[in-house]
Design a protein around this ligand. Sequence first.
Ligand code: FAD
Length: 359
Amino acid sequence: MGSRTRISHGVPLAPMTTLGLGGLASVLVDLQDSADFPEFVELARACPGDPVCLGSGSNVLVSDLGCDSPVLRLNNRGLRIGPRDTDGRVLVEVQAGHLLTDLVETAIAEGLSGMEMLVGIPGTVGATPIQNVGAYGQEVSDTLVEVRAWDWALGRHVTLGARECGLGHRNSVIKRSRRWTLLSLVFALYRSALSTPVTYRAVADVLGVRVGGRVPLAEAADAVFTVRRRKGMVIGCSETDRRSVGSVFLSPEVSPADAERLRARDAPVSSFPDGSTRVSASWLIQQAGFELNSTIVDGVRISSLHYTLVADEGASAAAFRDAIEIVLQRVLRCSGVRLTPEIDFLGTWRPAGGLGAPV
Ligand SMILES: Cc1cc2nc3c(=O)[nH]c(=O)nc-3n(C[C@H](O)[C@H](O)[C@H](O)COP(=O)(O)OP(=O)(O)OC[C@H]3O[C@@H](n4cnc5c(N)ncnc54)[C@H](O)[C@@H]3O)c2cc1C
């Protein structure tokens, strides 16, 4: 392996995730430079199971039994601001292990618009297309041009255009497929001192502008950050609700008739660029009678700031999974809507309840 690549055996994965749960990785490879990636391919071929990629671990639940497949941790960082495309947008090439927060900060400092609303979202840039990361009116699908990846099915490097990534609402063809390892990505951003239109009422209220208004990039980002902090959706902003994966569930899609009915009940119903209309999963959890800060199972409770699950001292991955099932079943009973987990279940899991057997 390249001199900067580290291979370790029997490594605890919990500290590498924001939930702080899960067992050991049989083999963990820390990759600092994508030029060394072919050597990981050789190693992975000699190991059992499909290789698993881990970014910042902010959207995964690792099994207590750990992970027998080789785990690749991408730490390749760096970005290059390049030429303009035919639409006049500035192309930015970013290494997969670069942090999204650092990319957003650079874009704002460089006067590049299109990512300012993604401020405060934890994780690596390489993970962003996996679930088409988005918040407050912007999604990665708005700016992604292409990804450069290793295709484990074809056994070679490939370039996938944004369209081929099949980006939908918190979804893509890459999600949970284990077929591709993303190594670098290209985004196209507009040179502009102003943000894209502010589409969320809560953000517009903090800014004191009308919905649809545009404001300086840094002001938009500050306002989004303020709204996110209130909900505990910024890592480290709350001492008590620290161990989180953000939203555990996807916001379910609703029909136009149901959307109308739900809006009449003041439910947060939003339309997304993939054409879907969705009701907030947090609202459904609240409507099912769960209270903020209430314990679901030992070590797992509803956050004190937002209707999502967080882990405390004494939690296990199995308990967190049980809590997911309890929330899912009660929401189903109360509203007839089946929630789907947004997060990825990594490692070896015993078959369990209604969630189906994760990989
Ligand atoms: C407090 C908090 C707030 C959040 N807010 C938001 C939000 O507003 N919007 C939003 O969309 N998400 C949000 N998230 C979820 C999370 O931040 C994103 O999903 C993020 O993209 C995950 O990045 P990561 O590097 O931590 O990925 P990980 O959690 O390490 O991995 C997530 C998935 O991507 C795969 N993966 C990671 N890197 C690669 C790669 N290079 N190639 C192939 N597969 C890869 C993993 O195998 C896994 O399946 C939030 C999470 C937290 C904890």
